[in-house]
Design a protein around this ligand. Structure first.
Ligand SMILES: [Mg+2]
Length: 209
């Protein structure tokens, strides 16, 4: 199943297909307005990953700061709206026989809440409770293994550098970054897109025929 395309490479014809699309949640499937610089400041995170920083803290500071992070996340979860074109894109993948996975550093509770509220279905959902966090490639590798999809058969849709870094570490070369106010200026190795319709157009051009 999946969209197929043939590529002539010398005398060898390689048949390749897209089997799996991995989505980010916040800023990708849903739109919200996390003020990460302010959140980092309030949590006392200098640089690097917030979750990695919190996980290294001693108790009770660790629990207190996780509670503060959850407060910010709850506020943003409440005010989240569905990104335009998501539903149509997910349906198109479904009818194309392509698996859909959601990988987020957000919590299971917030993720479940959003998926219920917008009535979205993914074939696999991995939240931070998995213990595997972007920007590491580990959560993506776990999902690929689950579906038996190779890196070349997988695409990533996200909105930040974390999505790109995780994809690179997992060996995934096809990365779509949806443009937003959070988008980094330089996204080497990713395709910057405006909408989900743009992603569909590019996937069709790449994998059909
Ligand atoms: Mg995001």
């Amino acid at each position: 199943m999946g969209l197929n395309f043939s590529m002539a490479a010398g005398n060898i014809r390689l048949k390749m297909s897209l089997k799996l699309v991995i989505f980010d949640l916040d800023g990708t499937v849903v739109e919200n307005s996390y003020d990460w610089p302010v959140i980092r400041q309030q949590l006392g995170v200098q640089g690097g990953s917030i979750l990695a920083y919190l996980d290294r803290l001693p108790e009770p500071e660790r629990s207190e700061k996780y509670a503060l992070l959850r407060k910010f996340e709850r506020e943003q979860t409440e005010s989240s709206v569905l990104k335009q074109g998501v539903r149509e894109f997910l349906e198109w993948l479904y009818w194309s026989g392509i698996k859909k996975a959601l990988v987020t550093n957000n919590s299971q509770g917030n993720t479940d809440h959003l998926l219920r509220r917008f009535q979205l279905e993914f074939d696999l959902v991995l939240t931070r409770e998995s213990g595997l966090h972007k920007p590491a490639g580990a959560p993506f590798l776990r999902v690929m293994e689950h579906f038996g999809a190779r890196a070349g058969e997988t695409a990533v849709v996200g909105d930040t550098n974390y999505d790109l870094l995780a994809a690179k570490e997992a060996g995934i070369e096809l990365v779509f970054i949806l443009k937003s106010s959070m988008t980094p200026d330089r996204l080497e190795g990713a395709e910057l897109v405006q909408t989900f319709a743009d992603i569909k157009t590019r996937l069709t051009a790449r994998f059909s025929g």
